[in-house]
Design a protein around this ligand. Structure first.
Ligand SMILES: [Cu+2]
Length: 114
């Protein structure tokens, strides 16, 4: 009986939260400014509820509504403001508009932040 109840609770919870997805993936960047840019631009995008980027392992944790935005669109969005992901490379134009200290493709800049 307890098991049936538990299954029912889990089932109804998954129905309520089924539109909310959590994803963690690599987003390139080097500094605190990158962190602010990535998090702010992500949270401002429609369908994204939470974004947390870690400068140490360059990993972005994101909570989003899959009915409003797909994971692929999120990768595209991130690339559009200059940050590479494993799925989408940022266009040169967007990358070039980043601040000097954020040029993560430049080995010298990356070294400076270590
Ligand atoms: Cu930066």
């Amino acid at each position: 009986m307890k098991n049936i109840l538990f299954t029912l609770i889990v089932f109804s919870c998954s129905l309520i939260f089924s539109q909310t997805e959590i994803a963690t993936f690599f987003v390139d960047g080097v500094c605190g400014m990158c962190e602010e840019r990535i998090e702010t631009k992500c949270i401002n995008a429609k369908g994204i509820k939470m974004a947390d980027w870690n400068v140490e392992n360059r990993t972005l944790k994101i909570v989003y509504n899959e009915k409003k935005i797909s994971l692929k669109e999120i990768h595209k969005h991130i690339a559009s403001f200059g940050h590479d992901t494993k799925l989408e490379k940022a266009p040169d134009e967007a990358y070039n508009s980043l601040d000097m200290c954020c040029k993560y493709r430049d080995e010298e800049v990356v070294k400076d932040h270590q």
